[in-house]
Design a protein around this ligand. Structure first.
Ligand SMILES: Cc1ncc(COP(=O)(O)O)c(C=O)c1O
Length: 184
């Protein structure tokens, strides 16, 4: 039987398949993380990410999966007891709900059916002055639905001191990501 080249392909939201050049770079010699060489590399990567995402705000690199970044957002932006608003319409929205509850936040919910998105009027109705942060997905990849981050951001700006979302560079139009980031 002729031998076949079997290549595993991931049909998941992540990790993103890498170009061969990026794979080869990762196989090259290790760089120590407290050297000038590493600092230069990190500065270059962060500068490129800012251009890719379309932001002038800080970009933070985390050695974690997406859930690690979500947990960092909850533990850094809110304290136990804080009132937060979670928008959920799928598995990853439910992860915000479970994380914020586990962290001891007072969690208000706006929900939509799987495959649907939120009514902005419902979101606005929940945004009283006590809401410390809003947690939502930009794209709910468990259902394939893109949420109106920009609309929620505009609704939040006046009443809410800070908010967060799980951005999806490449899925969300850059202009809307920039507007959302600029209104924090
Ligand atoms: C919308 C969304 N939120 C959160 C996550 C975090 O999941 P993980 O911790 O498996 O990276 C993912 C991962 O695919 C995602 O697509």
């Amino acid at each position: 039987m002729p031998s076949m080249l079997r290549k595993t392909r991931l049909f998941t939201p992540g990790p993103t398949p890498l170009l061969p050049a990026a794979q080869r770079a990762m196989a090259a010699a290790d760089v120590h993380h407290r050297t000038a060489e590493y600092r230069a590399l990190q500065q270059r990567v962060v500068a490129d990410l800012k251009a890719f995402i379309g932001t002038r705000n800080d970009v933070i690199l985390l050695a974690a999966s997406g859930s690690g970044a979500m947990e960092a957002a909850v533990s850094n932006l809110t304290s136990p007891g804080d009132k937060v608003l979670v928008l959920t319409a799928g598995k990853f929205g439910e992860r915000w709900r479970d994380l914020t509850r586990a962290f001891g936040c007072q969690v208000e919910l706006v929900t939509a059916e799987y495959g649907q998105t939120f009514l902005l009027d419902e979101v606005r109705a929940k945004l009283d002055g006590d809401v410390r942060a809003v947690y939502m997905q930009a794209t709910e990849s468990s259902t394939g639905c893109r949420h109106d981050v920009e609309g929620v951001a505009r609704s939040c700006a006046a009443a809410t001191p800070c908010w967060w979302w799980m951005p999806s560079p490449g899925w969300v139009p850059r202009a809307s990501m920039y507007t959302a980031a600029a209104s924090t």
